[in-house]
Ligand binder design. Structure first.
Ligand code: NDP
Length: 322
């Protein structure tokens, strides 16, 4: 690596977004960048000593902090305290170790699902702290919101440019397909594949939890990875930035289920279990700020990205997080 180069430490480097960044930098690596991807086996970021050792070992100049306790609606609803405490610990340990080791830039991850429950739409970056989050995921949400507060503190007291990105729902290869922990897309893929693995026949019934009506924006992990590289190289502000597809690309959960069914070439019938919780009806986010910087960025069409993910899942079923 040349003089004045960057050493970029990616926490959560073994997860959905971390693996997508690994994939994207294979063809988009700058000469002066050294990349280090770490997972929970390399350091327990809930533990301050373990986090400090990680920073001493790699001496990063830049950190992309993706590590988090992450889960879908049903896991969040039953584990709010764990989501709150683990994420607070990880975020504080990473940010403070970065500061103590003179890291120039940290990019941490918030999420569009931490925004206020009662709000006007579309949601933008200025509204993060405007009211309580949806009660189903208050632990995760408040822990994430504190990252933004802490970033502002490092800026005010020390002039540090520690920033945050706010992705909408992410999906893609290497997602977590475990039924109790997974988000809606990998959760549906897992259940549908289990249903048809031993025979894709017309009499099969695929049940989707909830009404299918809620609206969501989904970003393909490889698109998000490209945008994170842009934030690393070009975006120099403490202010959070939403990394989402356009508002026009919002889809209903039933469209998601149908697109997944098509990608699996499912021959049976879809039914909706309306007795199950729907979660927040919508959380439409505006990517106007991103579009000011990158008006021509092309997001992968949803059905193409779903098809690629389904193909990846079928090919990698035995090694996938199931
Ligand atoms: P994953 O669940 O796929 O990966 C989580 C990562 O965090 C893994 O690499 C895991 O390591 C690591 N990790 C978890 N606990 C610890 C710990 N105690 N110490 C060290 N590392 C730990 O997450 P995603 O890739 O989906 O998410 C990345 C970021 O994006 C997160 O901050 C998340 O909140 C945010 N985000 C995600 C969205 C989504 O839809 N997935 C939407 C919006 C934001 P290992 O696997 O080695 O155990």
């Amino acid at each position: 690596m040349s003089e004045g180069g960057k050493i970029i430490l990616v926490t959560g480097g073994t997860g959905l977004v971390g693996r997508a960044i690994q994939n994207v930098i294979e063809s988009n690596k700058n000469e002066n960048e050294k990349w280090i991807f770490v997972g929970s086996k390399d350091a327990d970021l809930c533990d301050k000593k373990s986090t400090e050792k990680l920073f001493e070992k790699h001496k990063p100049t830049h950190v992309i902090h993706l590590a988090a306790m992450v889960g879908g609606l049903f896991h969040n609803m039953t584990h709010n305290l764990d989501f709150l405490r683990k994420n607070i610990h990880m975020n504080d340990n990473v940010l403070q170790s970065a500061h103590e080791n003179d890291v120039v830039k940290v990019i941490s991850c918030l999420s569009t699902c931490i925004f206020p429950d009662k709000t006007t739409y579309p949601i933008d970056e200025s509204m993060i702290h405007n009211g309580p989050p949806h009660p189903s995921n208050y632990g995760y949400s408040f822990a994430k919101r504190l990252i933004d507060i802490q970033n502002r503190g490092y800026y005010e007291q020390y002039g540090r440019i520690y920033t945050s990105i706010v992705p909408c729902n992410v999906f893609g290869p290497n997602d977590n397909f475990h039924p109790n922990a997974s988000h809606v897309i990998p959760g549906l893929m897992r259940r549908l594949y289990d249903l048809i693995k031993d025979g894709n026949t017309e009499d099969k019934v695929f049940t989707i939890l909830g009404s299918g009506k809620p609206l969501r924006q989904f970003i393909y992990s490889l698109d998000l990875a490209k945008l994170i590289l842009w934030v690393l190289r070009e975006y120099n502000s403490v202010e959070p930035i939403i990394l989402s597809v356009d508002e026009s690309q919002e889809v209903t959960i039933s469209q998601v289920a149908e697109t997944i069914a098509q990608a699996f070439n499912f021959k049976g019938k879809l039914v909706y279990d309306t007795s199950a919780a729907d979660g927040q009806y919508k959380k439409t986010a505006s990517n106007a700020k991103l579009r000011k910087y990158l008006p021509d960025f092309q997001f992968t069409p949803f059905n193409e990205a779903i098809k690629d993910t389904v193909d990846w899942y079928i090919q990698n079923y035995d090694q996938a997080r199931n």
